[in-house]
Design a protein around this ligand. Structure first.
Ligand code: NAP
Length: 456
């Protein structure tokens, strides 16, 4: 048989599976092995996308189709850097594509941030989405006031999940433990706070419109917060980011409506930075400094005015950006939190391109863009890869042997399909799209011990 190219992809989220799709399109005969730390695939789509966004969640069906393509194999529950080294992959495959996403986040580095019931978005989002790393988080929702810090789409997701009626959430694939906790939530005021002004907010108009239109949930904005200084007006007049103008239009409409009375109220606040969290065991109050903007158009920074303000805050979620983390054996730029690369080709410590090593998605460019951005990114990286491709190494297939080593229990696509069926069946009973399995030992126990590696 003619030798074919074999590729390894690390990560089975959208960036990894879109890369597999692009490889199969470019080189139909190639073999692609996709490695994933968790026993289940789809990364950000399963664990990041908000459960009340079913259309976006249905990207999982597209990704499942890619994972099932002939010549593509899934190896779940395999940690690269622990069970298998990147160097092993590099030696065994014609090329390796790293698609590990952003596994960490920017910390809220202020006194008191380590008090109970103060979380980063990664943990909080992971909790309500049933991510095994965060399934036991147990946030206390018995308080009345919550603060979500950050003005991006992740912060909006968190506000919606905290504010939505439980009947609405009960029709989604939200984790059962989160549904139970939110059913008993007493939170009635959520403050969505950002350090800069409305012209700098990074949430998008579609998501803001969705928040503003939630049935029975009042969203308050103070008109004074929407008065723009000359630099912000200049930014707006430049028109380089149409989303800003649309955001402002929506915010002005909200401000005109006046303070709402119905349901859980969301209050959008600008130019405030948390300074200290107060509380005994859990957070209770949040002290914030009032900011003003300084700097040139599009480079305005939040600078403290010297004034401060305090909010009741029984739950604090900080959503100020995810960050990629280093994988052993892979060059990493800690300042930008990305793998140094040139059009997706990994740059080694000596400044030279590392042959056969590629990076895509958030691990390549940082946590920005929508899910579809990763498809375009993957096509670009795969085009670079194809351009630099040598003839197939051929020969041995070293990796699968390693996967049979003691202590490594890999999960195949067929295994995942069994878990998927179990989750859908559990969900069916309660009228939900699925009821997720949220603990790795339970997932593995459901599968038993048989692990056959087969060519597809
Ligand atoms: P993001 O859009 O980059 O927003 C991060 C927010 O954190 C900004 O308000 C930023 O304010 C603030 N921030 C950053 N560093 C800070 C610091 N040191 N101190 C205080 N505030 C700080 O990130 P994200 O919300 O995590 O979203 C990540 C990506 O996923 C985005 O591209 C987003 O659009 C996408 N996403 C899309 C959807 C959707 O389509 N429905 C849902 C969720 C996420 P400054 O501007 O002042 O830095």
């Amino acid at each position: 048989m003619e030798p074919v190219h074999r590729f390894a992809i690390v990560g089975s989220g959208p960036s990894g599976l879109f890369a597999a799709e692009a490889l199969k399109q470019a080189l139909p005969a190639c073999r692609v092995d996709v490695f994933e730390r968790l026993p289940v695939p789809f990364g950000l789509v399963r664990y990041g996308v908000a459960p009340d966004h079913p259309k976006l969640k249905s990207t999982a069906d597209v990704l499942a189709g890619i994972a099932a393509l002939p010549g593509v194999r899934f190896f779940g529950n395999v940690t690269i850097g622990r069970d298998v080294q990147v160097a092993d992959l590099h030696a065994a495959y014609d090329a390796v594509i790293l698609a590990c996403g952003a596994q960490g986040e920017r910390p809220l580095d202020i006194p008191g941030a380590d008090l109970g019931n103060a979380f980063g978005a990664r943990a909080f989002v992971g909790w309500y989405n049933g991510h095994p790393d965060f399934a036991t988080l147990k946030p206390d929702l018995s308080c009345e006031e919550a603060v979500v810090f950050g003005h991006g789409n992740v912060a909006l997701d968190i506000c919606r999940i905290l504010a939505l009626p439980v009947d609405t959430l009960a029709r989604t694939d939200i984790a059962a433990h989160a549904l139970d906790a939110l059913a008993d939530s007493r939170i009635s005021r959520i403050r969505l706070v950002g350090r800069r002004g409305p012209a700098q907010a990074s949430f998008t108009p579609k998501e803001l419109r969705e928040l503003a239109g939630l049935d029975g949930i009042a969203v308050d904005v103070a008109p004074a917060d929407l008065e723009l200084g000359p630099t912000c007006s200049a930014e707006l007049a430049a028109g380089s980011n149409p989303a800003t103008g649309k955001n402002l239009e929506l915010l002005r409409k909200l401000a005109e409506r006046g303070p709402g009375k119905a349901g859980a109220a969301i209050e959008i606040r600008f130019l405030l930075s948390p300074n200290r969290v107060h509380g005994t065991r859990n957070c209770e109050r949040l002290e914030l400094v009032v900011n003003r903007l300084e700097g040139a158009p599009f480079a305005q920074r939040a600078e403290p005015t010297g004034d401060s303000i305090e909010f009741g805050c029984g739950l604090l979620v900080s959503a100020i950006g995810f960050r990629a983390t280093a994988v052993p054996g892979v060059p990493f730029d800690p300042r930008q939190a990305i793998v140094p690369n040139q059009a997706g080709r990994v740059i080694g410590p000596d400044g030279a391109v590392m042959p056969g090593m590629f990076v895509t998605g958030w691990y390549r460019r940082g946590p920005s863009g929508v899910i579809g951005t990763n498809r375009a990114d993957a096509s670009e990286v795969v085009a670079t890869l194809v351009d630099s491709l040598e003839p197939p190494k051929g020969g041995r297939e070293a990796l699968p042997d390693r996967l049979l080593a003691p202590g490594v229990r890999h999960v195949s696509l067929a295994d995942w399909q069994r878990l998927d069926a179990i989750e859908r069946e559990r969900g069916h009973v309660t009228g939900r799209p699925r009821d997720k399995l949220c603990a790795v030992p339970e997932m593995l126990a459901r599968l038993g011990d048989e692990r056959a590696i087969t060519e597809t």
